[in-house]
Design a protein around this ligand. Structure first.
Ligand code: ZN
Length: 451
């Protein structure tokens, strides 16, 4: 398998630390609000990676954290006048439901930040001891100057970093680029006792602590959205590698931005959508397909056209699976090769299209069944095609007629033709054609297929 490593800016052969057990970590949600469609992209991308790794290796541990302590959470709980625990638990549950609707396998472990305060405090204490952090006015700050490797992932110069960190004027900072590991809380704010006073952790330290606890000091793959490279991932690396004198992760993978109709998604532009809102309009499988139709490192443009296209593709795939009730089989080499080449999902989908064509062109039933089995198996590897065609067409009536509707119309057409009502028979043919269904009259009766 080859993966693009943000650390080296190149595609590298994947060499696991232990081929018997792959370990990877993806930064999870801050649970104060519904996940938006951009939040779903890394979930789908790394779910495909998980499925591929599970096929290639005997054991995979996938950790995705839940940030349940954050200033945004404190603000949201005040605005909605509900306590923080209720807010974060409710939002976590909604997040898991929404991602489940996109057919994402739950990670092996979803640790919550608030359950790991002691683990964070122990890394902070060690960083102070080793001269990489200092306490000042109730805060603990990481000293960026103490880490000569700082900036290796983001490849920014010091001025960019200072600008990017959007540092406030803070008298307790020795250098403007230093970042917070621990900060004081007032008594109305959530907080924990610590050697540096009552307070709460900064965001970056939680990933260092939870990754260490569940995956060890160095693990294989760390993933997240491209916007996390700096400062979040840079800071995770600084904290962990200065604490352990080891790399945090060997491969760093980042998915590209998601835009809506070519524009950055924002509430003020009115193009901001939550996953839940989209799930009210379309099946989760359509959302999933859109999120994988573009290669994960490219920017992804969410458009109405992309939605229609994804629906049509799934109609076509499920249409080709009609009548197939067998088990799934092995994966095709071509699909595996595409995915093992830095998760080339567009190429993998192109192979699924080829299989669909082969199903329609198959000369014998045996051949057709074989291709159907391949389509279903490879679709499953991508987290698609788990439904039966009947379920798909019933749930997705807006896109097409269900197979039952089609058969009812075909039967009606046959009887109208028998009673010489050719006008009505033509109307039915027309009606089906408008729904993308082509009829073929044979000596044995009419068969149908999708356009
Ligand atoms: Zn993180």
């Amino acid at each position: 398998m080859r993966l693009y490593n943000t650390l080296t800016r190149s595609k590298e052969t994947f060499n696991p630390i232990d081929p018997e057990h792959i370990k990877f970590y993806v930064c999870g949600p801050t649970v104060y609000d519904r996940a938006h469609i951009g939040n779903a992209r890394p979930v789908v991308v790394f779910d495909i990676l998980l499925r591929l790794l599970q096929h290639l290796y005997p054991k995979v541990t996938y950790v995705r954290n839940i940030t349940d302590i954050d200033d945004k959470i404190i603000v949201a709980s005040r605005e909605r006048n509900i306590d923080i625990k209720t807010l974060t638990e409710e939002t976590t549950k909604m997040y898991q439901e929404d991602m489940g609707a996109l057919n994402a396998i739950p990670p092996s472990c979803q640790p919550k930040a608030t359950d790991h305060i002691a683990d964070m405090q122990s890394i902070i204490a060690e960083l102070i001891e080793k001269g990489h952090a200092y306490a000042a006015e109730g805060h603990v700050l990481f000293s960026v100057k103490s880490d000569p490797s700082y900036g290796l992932l983001a490849r920014l110069n010091r001025d960019d970093m200072i600008a990017g960190a959007r540092v406030e004027v803070a008298p307790y900072k020795k250098d403007p680029e230093d970042f917070v590991l621990w900060k004081p809380s007032t008594f109305e704010q959530p907080g924990w006792d610590s050697p540096w006073g009552y307070g709460r952790p900064g965001w970056h330290i939680e990933c260092s602590a939870m990754a260490k606890k569940y995956l060890g000091e160095t693990f294989d793959i760390h993933g997240g959205g491209i916007d996390l490279i700096f400062p979040h991932h840079e800071n995770e690396i600084a904290q962990s590698s200065c604490c352990h004198q080891k790399p945090l992760a060997n491969y760093w993978m980042h998915n590209g931005h998601l835009v809506v109709n070519g524009e950055k998604m924002s509430k003020s532009l009115g193009n901001f959508f939550t996953v839940r809102e989209k799930l009210a309009d379309m099946p989760g499988e359509v959302i999933r397909l859109i999120l994988m139709a573009t290669h994960y490192r490219q920017p992804l443009d969410w458009t109405d056209q992309a939605v229609t296209q994804a629906k049509n593709i799934l109609d076509r795939f499920y249409g080709a699976l009609q009548g197939y009730e067998g088990e799934t089989g092995s994966f095709s080499e071509s699909v595996l090769e595409a995915l093992q080449d830095d998760l080339n999902t567009p190429l993998a989908l192109a192979h699924l299209h080829e299989l669909t064509q082969s199903i329609y062109k198959a000369a014998t039933d045996k051949e057709k069944t074989l291709y159907q089995q391949q389509l279903k198996s490879n679709g499953n590897l991508l987290g698609l095609l788990f439904q039966t065609p009947r379920q798909w067409f019933q749930e997705n009536k807006t896109a097409s007629l269900s197979p039952e509707d089609i058969h009812a119309l075909i039967n009606e057409r046959r009887s109208t033709r028998e009673s010489k009502n050719f006008k009505r028979a033509d109307e039915i043919r027309q009606q089906l054609e408008e729904q993308g269904i082509i009829l073929e009259d044979t000596v044995h009766g009419s068969t149908w297929k999708y356009k």
